[in-house]
Ligand binder design. Structure first.
Ligand code: PAN
Ligand code: ZN
Length: 195
């Protein structure tokens, strides 16, 4: 980790940072239980454990005041009707937000609060998205041809809570219908008081 101000390049066409501390690769097997169509998931996994998305992190100390940042790349594809997506999470320190800047591709950020409020925002090159504190977030690549590439930055002490989302998924799913992305209800989801 650097102790003096630093800069790096996001080289086109892939936007892989010229420097990074950590490279996370999430494969299909890491997404068990996240896609609604379990049969389609198992059938695809039987064909191979494909790489679905990658994160290049510039690490910083996990303390307030630091800014963690990096690049998230969701590769194109579907499991059943659902587009490739990140696991999604709440921040462990719920009152921390995040900024995303879309650099390439076409997709959506699916968001929700612990109280069940939801929002889905389109992502396209040049678009900047502010995920407010308390909002869980998942990026979805709605192109079947191109990577979805975003730059993100969030507080050093935010941490990640994946378990809450793993339990029943997000309230909304992004699926392909007649060749177009559509936002639909997740039948596995139930309101917080009934959960
Ligand atoms: C991002 C995400 C990244 C991968 O850095 O961590 O896009 O998504 P998952 O962490 O949900 O697998 C972020 O939101 N950090 O807080
Ligand atoms: Zn986050």
């Amino acid at each position: 980790m650097k102790t003096v101000p630093f800069a790096f390049d996001l080289n086109e066409p892939d936007f892989i940072p010229s420097e990074y501390d950590n490279h996370i690769q999430r494969r299909l097997s890491a997404m068990r239980g996240q896609y609604l169509d379990k049969e389609a998931y198992e059938a695809r996994l039987a064909q191979g454990d494909d790489l679905l998305y990658e994160v290049y992190e510039l690490r910083r100390p996990t303390v307030p005041g630091e800014l963690l940042h990096g690049i998230s790349i969701v590769h194109p594809g579907k499991v059943g009707d659902e587009y490739h997506m990140t696991k999604g999470h709440f921040h462990e320190v719920l009152e921390t937000g995040e900024i995303y800047h879309c650099l390439k591709g076409k997709g959506f950020m699916v968001m929700e609060t612990p109280e069940g409020e939801w929002a889905v925002e389109p992502l396209y090159p040049g678009r900047v998205l502010c995920v407010l504190p308390r909002w869980a977030h998942r990026s979805v690549n709605a192109s079947l041809a191109e990577d979805l590439v975003t730059f993100f930055v969030y507080p050093g002490d935010a941490g990640h809570d994946y378990g809450t989302i793993e339990a029943q998924g997000f309230r909304k799913l992004v699926v392909e219908k007649n060749g177009q992305p559509e936002i639909v209800d997740n039948p596995r989801w139930s309101p917080p008081e009934a959960a």
